[in-house]
Design a binder for this molecule. Sequence first.
Ligand SMILES: NC(=O)c1ccc[n+]([C@@H]2O[C@H](COP(=O)([O-])OP(=O)(O)OC[C@H]3O[C@@H](n4cnc5c(N)ncnc54)[C@H](O)[C@@H]3O)[C@@H](O)[C@H]2O)c1
Length: 385
Amino acid sequence: MLRRIKVGIIGGGGIGFTHIDALRRIEFVEITALADLNEDLALSYARKHNIPKAYGNYQELISDPKIEVVHIASPNHAHFPQAKAALEADKHVICEKPLGLNTEETSELARIAERKRMVTAVNFNIRFFPAIQQTKAMVQENELGDICIIRGWSLEDAFLHQTDYNWRMDPQKGGSSCVVATTGCHWLDLVQFTSGLTIDSVCADFTNVFPIRLRQREDKAYSPVKTGYEKKSTPLEEYASILMRFNNGAKGVLTLSEVSAGKRWDFFLEVSGLKGSIAWDLSQADKLWVGFRDKPNQILLRDPALFKPKVRGSIGAAPGQIEGYSDTFKKHFSRIYEYILEKKHLDKIEPDFPTFRVGHNIQSIVEAIVNSAKQGKWEKVMINR
Ligand SMILES: NC(=O)c1ccc[n+]([C@@H]2O[C@H](COP(=O)([O-])OP(=O)(O)OC[C@H]3O[C@@H](n4cnc5c(N)ncnc54)[C@H](O)[C@@H]3O)[C@@H](O)[C@H]2O)c1
């Protein structure tokens, strides 16, 4: 029988649940504890999800010697202290994106992980859609030719109203950017992963639609007195236009928005080479559009018979049975846990999932984008160790 790996989760909010749901589908993983800053929430969440232990602080969870792996699903500002403490306690760590608030934090985390030889991952889960794995394989096998143009966007309307407020808009909690750190970092990881290229320099223009937002006061749930809204300074961008130059000379353009009415999550990536193009749309994640100049274009469906042999292992459901966002968490975590189970880190086998080193790389690009927008000029991406 396989040994069961014991896991603790920090953060019982929206994405904490998706972690629990995905982990429950991996047979050799056992969730033994949950921590949240809000102890009442930790207790009720743990009870609801049948998790044996609940804590009101993460230190208690990390000090449990039976826990081997810590998942961090708390807001961005908590990632650094929590990941650092977990690594120092010899735990493997799976952290939500972005890895930290800035590159000082992310480089330190990557260095600690390497010194301690622990397994680390940043949850850039979109990589694990089978169509994305297929895109990468087609680029690797030179089916698109030399890549020259890359386009994309990530558009939402979650922050369209002045009364939309959450911690992502607070620089102390979200970091120096809003939309770039929230959905942009997924796209930046995806473009480098699929194209095999690196982003060399960027030129960005930001719009901060509401420098002041109205936050609902935290009234007691059952109080008849509602105290209304308070003004909060929200200086970060909800909209960004970004030009990119890649290391092979290819050019890219990315639009990011949290204020596009009617867009719940319109996420798109198109990679064009001298032989062909591929386009992928999250809302139709099982399809790839493949474009040619000299023969008819194709719609390639997610089907083991049509995808490349090395991609077939990433397909979870039969053709026609849609694979969704939460499936990518399961696939990502399965790879990490198989790696841990087989102790591949001790043999320094290259992980096939995004490590803290990747998280630091993406944070370096985010920082270059923020600096470019501040200074109004092209900015080179500097990746310091
Ligand atoms: N991979 C993805 O697609 C994806 C999607 C959504 C969110 N995220 C990331 O997940 C993280 C959490 O986002 P969310 O949407 O679940 O947020 P959320 O606000 O819904 O939940 C955060 C939870 O963390 C708790 N918390 C706050 N500070 C804490 C601390 N210091 N220690 C422990 N718990 C603390 C809060 O009480 C809350 O329960 C963010 O970093 C976000 O970027 C990733």
